[in-house]
Design a protein around this ligand. Structure first.
Ligand code: ADP
Ligand code: GLC
Length: 485
């Protein structure tokens, strides 16, 4: 049995702000239990739902030197879907009303603490991982601490590490002096070949330099991040480590996202009855959200964090024109930057029968939108993988995407001549290119419903479950760990 430990800052069902939580909550379940004992460590945030906190039981506690103080580390434990989760408890650091704050220094402090505490906890919980799988900058210090201090101890010797980049934009950066002080790492670590980047300390870079292997969440993004345009300043080190860098596509949980069994949607359906049932979901949603009830209107769904990553600048540029001229309805669910929240509120007020802005977080409404919409718009500036378009495909909702990162790897553009393709896509980050692509989709929907329904069928037949990708992770774990006695 090979022991794998996932360390991450969020995971379904305990806490979620985006796709990282979906991955951390679903991939461990898909790894072969006969060969791998996979467990997960997360922070215990006070803002977790009470129902989740009630499931945790206390395991142990100890004090750890950190940031020139002796700090409390509580360890809790819970089971979810047959996977053991551990939680690192410290109320001074994790008592915030959202999992992440806007205070960059505080973020560095709490997640550096989390990394050191997670490593320190291992002997006391009686789980020695053969490999630690780290996710995003919040866990970048794990490979560093492991090499710098923990591996001097027999228990930790030989533990391998993988660093997975879910989003290169977030790196955990702050000035070197403070980070040296907080982390207790010596000046030796803060040079440009290690944790320093452009004069700052950079925790993700630490993970990239010290991990045994690096992965990201789609093959295209793995190539893109080696270029200056997508490299977020780390393309140099990613090129230097390109032999150890690979892209493994995310999957989604096909049990949770299944239009045939989904209890969150009013009318369940499959690949043979979607024609009748998707329309019912559409009119139900139109009624629920106060849109004009019309089964024939082309409905475009958007479920997203409202940040510039997701292409909202393109939408801002042409939304007025599209809402005033096109026979469309737009249903938005998301939270994020105020400028985008307000843009959608404005259009909702002005075109109340055509656009519904839902500026909040709701698992229920997200499923209803995936089920009801005809198309799903995701014109991202960059997209490491993207899960929303995979959910859309699963629900027969045709994705309209920009050809970048995982969107390029998962959506095949419609070709009207040979009748292939699962969606519509455009190449350049240009608002009119996006608008023309949406209008092309509209045209196919209104003028050639047969062809449209064939696209829907191909979407529902596509397989983005974890099966293939989990096998790739297993292969990598096996290769890194080697034969185990
Ligand atoms: P990212 O991780 O960059 O936000 P992904 O497409 O990988 O993008 O994952 C986004 C996940 O978050 C999907 O599961 C999507 O349904 C969900 N999501 C985003 N915003 C909301 C919201 N406001 N309400 C419910 N779910 C949301
Ligand atoms: C990040 C990326 C998204 C990816 C998700 C899970 O949040 O923005 O593209 O799907 O992580 O890997």
């Amino acid at each position: 049995m090979k022991n794998i430990l996932f360390v991450a800052s969020e995971g379904v069902p305990f806490i979620k702000t985006g796709g990282l939580a979906d991955v951390v909550g679903s991939l461990p379940k898909e790894l072969d239990k006969q060969y791998f004992d996979v467990r997960v460590i997360l922070p215990k945030y006070t803002c977790m739902r009470q129902e989740m906190k009630d499931r945790m039981e206390f395991v142990t506690s100890f004090y750890m030197d950190f940031d020139w103080k002796s700090m409390y580390v509580g360890i809790l434990k819970a089971e979810a879907d047959g996977i053991t989760y551990y939680f690192i408890d410290n109320e001074e650091l994790f008592n915030t009303w959202k999992p992440y704050t806007d205070d960059a220094l505080f973020e560095i402090k709490r997640f550096s603490f989390f990394c050191k505490a997670a490593l320190s906890a291992l002997p006391t919980i009686g789980f020695r991982p053969d490999l630690i799988h780290c996710h995003d900058w919040q866990t970048g210090l794990i490979p560093v601490y492991l090499k710098e201090r923990f591996q001097a101890n027999e228990f930790y010797r030989g533990i391998k590490t993988v660093m997975t980049i879910h989003n290169l934009r977030f790196q955990g950066k702050w000035n070197v002096r403070d980070v040296e002080n907080i982390t207790g790492l010596s000046g030796y670590y803060f040079t440009p070949d290690k944790l320093e980047a452009y004069k700052d300390a950079n925790l993700l870079k630490g993970g990239i330099v010290y991990a045994d292997a690096i992965t990201t969440v789609s093959p295209t993004y793995a190539e893109e991040i080696k270029t200056q345009y997508y490299g977020e300043g780390l393309d140099g080190i990613l090129n230097a480590r390109s032999h150890d860098l690979r892209g493994i596509l995310n999957g989604i949980d096909y049990d949770v996202f299944n239009p045939e069994t989904d209890s969150r949607i009013p009318n369940r359906y499959n690949a043979s009855n979607f024609r009748a049932m998707k329309v019912k979901n559409k009119t139900d949603l139109q009624t629920e959200l106060g849109l004009k009830v019309d089964p024939d209107t082309f409905m475009i769904g958007i479920v997203s964090r409202l940040t510039d990553q997701k292409g909202f600048d393109l939408i801002a540029y042409v939304m007025e024109e599209m809402l005033s001229l096109d026979a469309i309805q737009v249903v938005v669910l998301g939270t994020g930057e105020e400028r985008y929240e307000n843009m959608f509120r404005y259009f909702d007020a002005k075109y109340s029968d055509k656009l519904a802005a839902n500026i909040y977080y709701s698992e229920d409404l997200s499923h209803k939108i995936y089920a009801a919409s005809d198309a799903f718009l995701m014109p991202s500036l960059f997209e490491p993988c993207g899960l929303s378009q995979l959910m859309a495909l699963r629900y027969g909702t045709v994705p309209i995407v920009r050809e970048t990162g995982g969107l390029k790897d998962t959506v095949q553009p419609y070709n009207e001549y040979d009748g292939t393709g699962t969606g519509f896509s455009f190449a350049n980050y240009n608002a009119h290119e996006m608008m023309h692509t949406v209008r092309y989709a509209e045209k196919v929907y209104y003028d050639d419903r047969k062809a449209w329904n064939k696209i829907v069928q191909r979407d529902m037949a596509a397989d983005f479950s974890w099966k293939k990708s989990a096998a790739q992770y297993q292969e990598m774990y096996d290769w890194l760990i080697g034969d185990k006695q």
